[in-house]
Design a protein around this ligand. Structure first.
Ligand code: GLC
Length: 421
């Protein structure tokens, strides 16, 4: 009876493996090329290690993905070993993940941009490893701006005017499907990012301040929302109120928009071999609120975490370290324009050549505005939900910015029971 395990151990040793192969399931996002690139990376790891890997696709909406994760993790389900986690979730979900400090060597930890790594530390536990970082960016049609003698808009007011002018001129010339500006207006986390950018650019703060105070009910924030509401049905299609990232990209990439707000992943796709606008797209920081405002792009990004309920924690952590390591981040930056979290990868000439915007946008990337997820911790999703609902109502013409933000302030103060989040 003892012969079998010994034979098995011998066979494994011959294959060069110390531990039996594990079957690891990894959840990946599904926006643009996310799923395909995740699968390629995970399969390359499986090939090297002899483990097997299953890639589980998740909803494209960050909000729906969070709801799915909350269900799985609350049930302590061992089905998924590695979770792709949004930068705003460590406080919400961190308790379900393994401390990766014990799994990663000091050198690979030190390679990541310190602030990006620090975002994953919850109560001294490193609950996820940085994978890529995101910033909201302005994509524009170089050819249309040139044709109409327009500059890249530096303020939101200028964007509003330029978009309206080019849209009107193009439509008059028979380009009936052209819109001025597409973005993410659906009631979900992406709208929180867009609206935070408008408000921050106007000097209206970050919804909740670093000290935990609710700051969103102010005239600059209200003016920013009212300006955005004026776009709907004018320079933006009415359907924008239901757009996520990929809907906006679909319109822009098929040639039907002058401007688009999106994350860096869209760069590789709008310039892909089959893209109708390939080579005709420029990229810039999002506009300022006004001449004395500042440009503002939301800070986003994704990380990888190992579930506490995994039956193969060591193999799962090994996969996480492989995917978040420099070689894989380089590949993803070149193929998919996913911005690395390892400083040395940015400096790589091949990465810079594939992403010419990276060097020009270094300030936009490092100065990105964070959502108030650290200060609101476990309540962040409720804060964000209340915020995007107030914004969506304003965009839909159901009350103006001032009225909806006054109501939002009351709701948020109620959520912040006893003055603490
Ligand atoms: C991107 C960002 C993420 C953000 C989401 C909103 O995936 O990386 O941080 O929450 O978009 O749609």
């Amino acid at each position: 009876m003892k012969a079998l395990p010994i034979l098995a151990a011998l066979a494994l040793a011959m294959l060069g493996r110390a531990v039996p192969a594990a079957e690891i399931a990894i959840s990946c996002g599904a926006v643009g090329q996310e799923l395909a690139l995740c699968r390629e990376g995970a399969e390359a790891w499986a090939e090297r290690t002899g483990h097997t890997v299953t890639v589980v696709s998740t909803p494209a909406s960050a909000t729906e993905r969070l709801a799915l994760y909350q269900q799985l993790l609350a049930a302590q389900a061992p089905d998924i070993d590695v979770f792709q986690i949004d930068v705003i979730w460590p406080g919400l979900l961190g308790a379900h993940f393994v401390d990766l400090k014990t799994q990663a060597d000091a050198e690979s930890l030190a390679a990541h941009v310190p602030a990006i790594l620090a975002n994953n530390v919850v109560g001294n536990r490193l609950v996820a490893m940085p994978w890529f970082t995101d910033t909201g960016l302005l994509y524009y049609r170089k050819d249309l701006l040139d044709k109409h003698g327009a500059a890249v808009p530096a303020t939101w007011q200028a964007l509003t005017e330029t978009a309206a002018r080019i849209q009107a001129a193009e439509r008059a010339a028979g380009n009936g499907r052209l819109w001025g500006y597409v973005w993410q207006g659906r009631a979900y986390e992406g709208l929180t990012c867009n609206a935070l950018e408008w408000i921050d650019a106007h000097g209206g703060g970050t919804i909740v301040g670093d000290d935990g105070a609710v700051t969103v009910n102010n005239p600059r924030a209200a003016a920013a929302l009212d300006l955005a509401a004026s776009w709907v049905g004018a320079i933006s299609p009415p359907g924008v109120l239901n757009y996520q990232e990929e809907e906006a990209r679909g319109v822009f990439q098929s040639g039907n928009a002058v401007f688009m707000r999106n994350w860096p992943y869209a760069w590789s796709l709008v310039n892909g071999a089959d893209s109708p606008v390939r080579g005709r797209v420029g990229i810039a920081p999002l506009p300022r609120g006004g001449p004395d405002g500042k440009p503002s792009g939301a800070l986003g990004g994704q990380t990888l975490a190992v579930s506490k309920y995994s039956r193969h924690v060591d193999a799962a952590a090994d996969l996480v370290l492989y995917l978040t390591g420099a070689d894989e981040q380089k590949r993803r930056a070149i193929v998919g324009s996913f911005n690395p979290t390892i400083a040395a990868v940015y400096a790589d000439p091949e990465v810079a050549a594939a992403n010419p915007f990276l060097s020009g946008l270094a300030d936009a990337v490092s100065g990105a505005v964070a959502r108030p997820s650290r200060v609101t911790g476990k309540r962040y999703n409720r804060v964000s939900t209340a915020f995007w609902n107030a914004v969506h109502a304003t965009l839909s013409g159901d009350g103006d910015g001032a009225a909806n933000l006054a109501k939002l302030e009351k709701d948020l103060d109620r959520l912040r029971r006893g003055g603490r989040w």
